[in-house]
Design a protein. Structure first.
Length: 285
């Protein structure tokens, strides 16, 4: 499972390899599901329409969850040579979409450690490449007031910040937070086990940022200054993405699965939807 997004009392989640999209209520009860071509990044367009990036089609689709109808929102095949990654829609309608350097579903991770791009889809449908030097752009978040775009660079173990101009374009990026190397005793198996691998991002009402660690066993919160304030341990599972929602906006929903490289956990490869209550609510609460 990936791409959890909360809106209007419903939680959207997608399964890239399972090629499905789901809607749950606040308690985690499945409301509906539909086939979706290799969905990855998600963002709500409005209360009933979910955008998702198809990794292999390299198209952003719009799912009308009321009519259960799928339509094309943005064709990115001209710009992205690899699979599409995560994305986020700004309040003014500009959509920021990352892409991998190659086919992330079929190419070994050791061959994907190359710079790739962040694109912007304007409300009029035009597309621009905003950056070409991101090391596996992953989670995307937008701060309160839509002043900055934050992007997780999984292979660089850092969060990069971009200031937004009035037209939605981005200033050159700066490093906002770099995660410290993992201590030897904390290193896990697999290619990503040696370092913090920032994956999905989730912003809260104080511009705190929850950062999933695809190579670890938990999720970390950074405050608006980039200082670590919280850590939620989810061992033996790694967290890939999160969102804040629920009745009070303080439920942190997390998509998770067994840590990369582990095969010693019975049932651990099955996707997990975890939830925990936190102090600071989401920005829309």
């Amino acid at each position: 499972m990936e791409g959890p997004r909360w809106r209007a009392g419903r939680l959207a989640v997608i399964a890239p390899r399972g090629q499905e999209a789901y809607l749950f209520d606040a308690a985690g009860t499945l409301l509906t599901r539909r086939p979706a071509p290799t969905p990855n990044g998600t963002s709500w367009l409005d209360d009933t329409t979910l955008l998702f990036a198809s990794m292999t089609d390299r198209i952003v689709y719009a799912w009308d969850t009321v009519a259960d109808h799928l339509s094309e929102y943005a064709d990115l095949r001209e710009f992205a040579t690899g699979t599409l990654s995560d994305m986020m829609l700004a309040p003014d309608g500009h959509l920021y979409v990352g892409a991998h350097a190659d086919d992330a579903l079929n190419v070994p991770k050791t061959e994907l450690n190359r710079p790739s791009i962040l694109m912007r889809v304007s409300p009029d449908g035009s597309v621009a490449i905003e950056n070409e030097d991101l090391m596996w752009p992953n989670g995307v978040a937008i701060t309160g007031g839509a002043g900055r775009v934050l992007v997780a660079e999984t292979y660089a173990s850092r969060i990069t910040s971009f200031s937004r101009r009035a037209d939605g374009s981005l200033e050159p990026g700066t490093t906002w937070h770099t995660f410290a190397p993992r201590a030897p005793e904390d290193c896990g198996p697999g290619y990503w086990g040696q370092a913090f691998a920032p994956d999905g991002l989730c912003i809260d009402a104080e511009d705190g940022l929850w950062v999933a660690d695809a190579s670890g066993h938990g999720i970390t919160r950074l405050d608006a200054a980039g200082t670590v304030t919280d850590f939620i341990d989810t061992a033996p599972f790694a967290v890939f993405a999160s969102t804040l929602g629920g009745p009070e906006g303080r439920t942190l929903y997390m998509t998770a699965a067994t840590q990369h490289g582990r095969d010693d956990i019975p049932g651990g490869r099955e996707p997990q939807l975890l939830a925990v209550e936190v102090e600071v609510p989401g920005p829309e609460s």
